[in-house]
Ligand binder design. Structure first.
Ligand code: G6P
Length: 617
């Protein structure tokens, strides 16, 4: 939520910053702006709307500058998304410029205090207080020490913030501070970078530096200095980013989302890679929890938001089935406010693609305070949630730029299955060959997903034919229910349509009243093998809605002839074990939502009002 870029070095800061913003636009696209230093002055340009508007403005009024630069792409919190509220914000003398990600919770009191001493506010944002405070503190430090001024400002702010600032008095310096919101440094040769996400600078460098909580960084062309808020130097963790720059390109596709859907087989394979050791045991090398820790677990609580929450709902079925440990799943934003019962024997699994969702991060902190052990499933290396957890299993989906999660969801599922199997292994609940057998089934998932992708053209046609529908309902049972929820979420996010998922068994307890002539109802059908009771029950549910006029779109295993008579449209998926079916059943729903949204003319990479990483509560 909000993307931030900073650059200092010999290249054109304007170019580097605008290119960086293009890679961070998924974090917010309500407005974009830049500030560059040059010839003793601060040059800023900012525009409401997407980055294209800023680029247009910069073409009309080019700004010059050889010094450092900062940029921002906004997801609005305080103040409407207009030009004035766009970042950067400057002080009244236009000597410092600031960009911000997060919310300054005590901004109203600070604003009154600053107005009392004569500061003129022009925007409605919380960020502008930081610009005025910084200028006041800078004056106190003889206009010399921007980092000292930043440290002093941070001590006065409450809430979540990453602040990045430049000052005309030191044109080869960018200073940033971090509390809760993400920020990472990119180390170059004679140049340095700062961004909310490595994607902004991997075209220039893949050497990164993690910043911790409550730290301030001073970036010059040849140095990176990190201190705490008292000015004491701190040790930093440096790492190499293994994503290459092309991974964050569209690679010939019109939209990132289309590319990311197609990348799913590879992403799943990469997440599973190297997990089985030669002796057949499952090894999760990024797991910092000991087998003893895991053997003592009496309850599992999974916390997550959005699509990651749906992965958690599916994980519950697998973990409870394989490990016989009670498992609760909860949206992270509700978790800590209900006084949950946690103790040392509780394992909390936090699922987050970005590793930065504020709701999940706060839930993780709460769980650790209560002495629970926390295991994170994340896609972004070095992000905050894995750093603050007791263990992490990284998914290896590569960068996901489309705001609606696709490949990261399937890799989260793969990661959840691995954790379930690992728990069963360390608790002695499964023999090695049983685990190997499930791993072998998991290993076939990439080719099954490939097969689904090869046969989804009819789904695209169907989606185009439904572009004018007002509502689509989704039904599922067992693991098919969270899959239905994910299908409905994709449709809401991308096509802005009313889409709702129900547990098929609940249908008769109310939702069936919604069914009317021609209403599209998507039904996820469990495999007829094994749990056939479940299968037969859902076949009855399909008949119930069809009898009331619904147009049934049925996702079922290839060869399941029992559903054909009741399906207006039948979408066949490969036969796989029931617990693993979500991996293949989700794919047609992603394609369906994406195509329907495109038919409506929507931007599927940047759906309205959304941001990929929600870093405010
Ligand atoms: C936002 C995104 C969703 C995502 C959710 C959780 O709402 O738009 O696509 O599922 O955040 O994000 P996380 O990074 O924690 O998985």
């Amino acid at each position: 939520m909000c993307g931030i870029v900073g650059y200092v070095g010999p290249q054109s800061a304007l170019q580097v910053v605008v290119d960086g913003l293009a890679r961070l636009e998924y974090r917010g696209y309500d407005s974009a702006g830049v500030a560059v230093l040059g010839e003793g002055a601060l040059h800023t340009e900012k525009r409401a709307g997407k980055l294209a508007n800023l680029r247009g403005a910069l073409e009309e009024h080019p700004i010059a500058g050889e010094g450092a630069g900062i940029g921002h792409t906004r997801w609005a919190t305080h103040g409407a998304p207009n030009d004035v509220n766009a970042h950067p914000h400057v002080d009244n003398d236009e000597r410092v410029a600031v960009v911000h990600n997060g919310i300054i919770e005590n901004f109203a009191a600070l604003r009154l205090e600053l107005e009392d001493v004569g500061c003129k506010f022009i925007s409605e944002t919380d960020t502008e207080v930081a610009a005025h405070l910084l200028s006041t503190e800078l004056a106190r430090h003889g206009d010399k020490d921007l980092a000292a001024a930043m440290r002093a400002v941070c001590k006065r702010l409450e809430g979540a913030f990453t602040l990045v600032a430049v000052s005309v008095d030191d044109p080869d310096l960018v200073v940033a501070a971090r509390r809760n919101s993400p920020l990472v440094v990119g180390r170059g040769q004679g140049e340095n970078f700062l961004a909310s996400d490595v994607a902004a600078f991997i075209a220039h460098t893949r050497e990164a530096v993690e910043l911790g909580q409550d730290q301030v960084v001073e970036l010059r062309p040849d140095s990176v200095r990190v201190t705490d808020y008292d000015g004491n130097p701190v040790e930093v963790n440096e790492y190499h980013v293994d994503w290459d720059a092309s991974a964050a390109e569209k690679g010939g596709y019109d939209y990132f989302m289309l590319k990311e859907i197609v990348e799913q087989p590879r992403a799943i394979a990469d997440t599973l890679l190297g997990r089985l050791s030669v002796d057949g045991a499952l090894t999760l090398d990024e797991m910092r929890l000991s087998p003893e820790d895991l053997r003592s677990v009496e309850k599992i609580v999974i916390i997550a938001c959005g699509t990651s929450y749906h992965a958690g709902l599916i994980a519950k079925y697998a973990i409870e089935h394989w490990c016989r440990i009670p498992c609760e799943v909860e949206v992270a934003s509700e978790f800590r406010y209900r006084d949950p019962i946690l103790d040392r024997q509780t394992l909390v699994i936090a699922i987050s693609q970005s590793g930065e969702s504020m709701d999940t991060l706060m839930a993780v902190r709460y769980a650790r305070e209560q002495r629970a052990k926390v295991l994170a499933i994340c896609n972004v290396n070095g992000s905050t949630i894995p750093r603050e957890s007791d263990g992490v299993l990284y998914t290896h989906a590569g960068p996901e730029v489309g705001v609606a999660a696709t490949k990261t969801f399937l890799t989260q599922l793969a990661a959840c299955y691995l954790i379930g199997l690992y728990l069963a292994q360390v608790r002695g609940l499964k023999f090695g060959d049983e685990i190997e057998a499930v791993i072998a089934q998991l290993a076939t998932m990439p080719e099954h997903v490939e097969k689904v992708l090869d046969t989804v053209e009819p789904v695209r046609e169907l989606a185009r034919s439904l572009a004018d529908a007002d509502t689509v309902l989704f039904l599922g049972r067992h693991v098919g229910y969270p899959v239905a929820m994910e299908g409905a979420l994709k449709l809401k996010e991308l096509a802005y349509m009313h889409a709702e998922a129900f547990a098929a068994g609940e249908l008769k307890h109310g939702p069936i009243a919604l069914i009317e002539e021609g209403l599209p109802v998507v039904v996820v059908v469990p495999s007829p093998q094994g749990r056939s009771v479940l299968h037969d029950k859902i076949v009855s549910n399909i008949q119930e809605v069809r009898a009331r006029g619904a147009r049934t779109i049925v996702i079922a295993e290839a060869g399941d002839e029992s559903v054909r008579p009741y399906s207006d449209v039948l979408i066949e998926i490969p036969a796989v074990p029931t617990l693993l079916q979500p991996i293949v059943a989700t794919v047609p729903m992603q394609v369906f939502a994406c195509e329907l949204a495109l038919a409506k003319g929507n931007d599927v990479d940047q759906p309205r009002n959304l941001a990929k990483s929600v870093t405010v509560e």
